[in-house]
Design a binder for this molecule. Structure first.
Ligand code: 5GP
Ligand code: ZN
Length: 152
């Protein structure tokens, strides 16, 4: 009797994750770039012509779960793609963005860097992704809290 194959653990959500399916080739996408760490393809609902997503090959919900080499590869690819998108489509600028966590607007729970070419005249910028401004806190207190967390 043949030995039973070891159970394969599929991380929760990965079976239906659209970006894992694109990586596997079971969901079509306009793939622009891939290497051993990352994959990049056009966003299906672009907010500007050439809007591209760069994702790690390995499923992870948050950047915090990615090893440093993967984070580096994501941003290296994003900057390279931004240059090609600018050149190919005549965009004079671009925004890079990551929605990390539901509170930040993340809808697909597989890390992705948005590369959004900018053609001018659209307004906005990454500081404007938060539509309401909270009360202003003293910067020194804010810095102290973050520095304490960094030291932990
Ligand atoms: P989030 O809000 O999670 O940062 O953005 C997810 C992005 O993924 C959205 O801009 C959305 O248009 C894009 N997206 C969602 N599903 C698919 C898909 O199946 N294929 C592609 N190419 N993009 C997708
Ligand atoms: Zn995934």
């Amino acid at each position: 009797m043949p030995a039973q194959a070891p159970a394969v653990t599929v991380p929760h959500g990965m079976e239906t994750c659209p970006f894992c399916r694109i990586r596997e080739g079971t969901l079509p996408a306009h793939v622009l770039y891939q290497d051993e760490e990352v994959l990049a393809f056009l966003d299906i609902y672009p907010c500007a012509q050439g809007h591209t997503l760069v994702v790690p090959r390995r499923h992870a919900a948050s950047l915090a779960e990615c090893p440093p080499a993967t984070v580096a590869a994501l941003f290296h690819a994003a900057v390279r793609l931004a240059g090609a998108i600018q050149e190919g489509l005549g965009a004079p600028g671009f925004n890079l963005g990551v929605n990390d966590g539901r509170a930040a607007g993340q809808e697909v729970p597989h890390v992705h860097v948005h590369v959004i070419p900018r053609y001018g005249g659209e307004g906005g910028g990454v500081q404007r992704v938060v539509k309401t401004r909270g009360p202003v806190q003293p910067l020194a207190e804010t810095a102290a809290k973050i520095l304490a967390a960094l030291r932990r």
